[in-house]
Design a protein around this ligand. Structure first.
Ligand code: ATP
Ligand code: MG
Length: 214
């Protein structure tokens, strides 16, 4: 089953083509490493899949929905861990309540996923999210993403702030996901995700230059 269909996707920023005629389907069961040099368009492509941008050409569907016009439907399907954590002012406790209300992901599940990466949420519930350390933010965002049990998981360099042990724990959690889903890992370190992925996509200059199923 296709979860993402992108056809001829083109996006310009200030005249420059950042995505140049990208055509790509993603099926449930695919675990994808997305690679390519800085500025290749990787983050822009996943943000387009999430409906952040009006396209200059082509179309994207997520489970049949238009990410711009049917954003709520699309965001229900996707868990996204951004490259840089958002500057959330809510306390950790408020954030968990908000996530539970808006996505149905149970707080207890988020807490147990975080525990598996040695983040003791109970100790930090009163803190505003933005005052957590970089790695703690990342762990909490990962725990939320995994607790949502989304059909599509998108990780934009998720391990950049994690210590080596937390990285291992994160990959362990991914391996233990027990439901049908697809994932995109944007990464500069293929060796880290190599054991997890069955497809590799390379982007350069806004184009998919290699797409290999393994
Ligand atoms: N909102 C924006 N306005 C203007 N230019 C943008 C915007 N977002 C991205 N770009 C430009 O688009 C190009 C691709 O950026 P993108 O963030 O998609 O690259 P990337 O492949 O994710 O790179 P990295 O590996 O550094 O994260 C860059 O030249 C960037 O400056
Ligand atoms: Mg990026």
């Amino acid at each position: 089953m296709k979860i993402v269909e992108a056809k001829g996707v083109t996006k310009r920023f200030m005249g420059a083509k950042v995505l140049d005629d990208v055509t790509l389907d993603i099926k449930i069961g695919e675990q994808i490493a997305m690679m390519g040099p800085n500025g290749a368009g990787k983050t822009t492509l996943v943000r387009a899949i999430l409906g952040f941008y009006h396209l200059d050409g082509g179309r994207i569907r997520v489970d049949g929905y238009n990410p711009v016009k049917e954003r709520v439907k699309v965001l229900e399907k996707i868990s996204f861990i951004p490259q840089l954590p958002p500057p959330v002012k809510l306390s950790v406790s408020e954030l968990l309540t908000f996530v539970q209300r808006s996505t149905g992901a149970r707080k207890e599940r988020i807490i147990s996923q975080a525990e598996a990466m040695e983040l003791d949420i109970e100790k930090h519930v009163e803190k505003p999210f933005f005052k957590l350390s970089g790695g703690m933010k990342q762990k909490l965002l990962i725990a939320i993403a995994l607790a949502r049990r989304s059909r599509l998981l998108v990780f934009d360099e998720p391990t950049a702030n994690l210590d080596p042990k937390a990285r291992e724990q994160f990959y362990g959690l991914l391996e233990s996901l027990d439901y049908e889903h697809a994932s995109i890992f944007i990464t500069h370190r293929l060796e880290e995700v190599e054991g997890l992925v069955n497809r590799k996509i390379y982007m350069d200059l806004g184009k998919v230059v290699e797409d290999e199923r393994i």
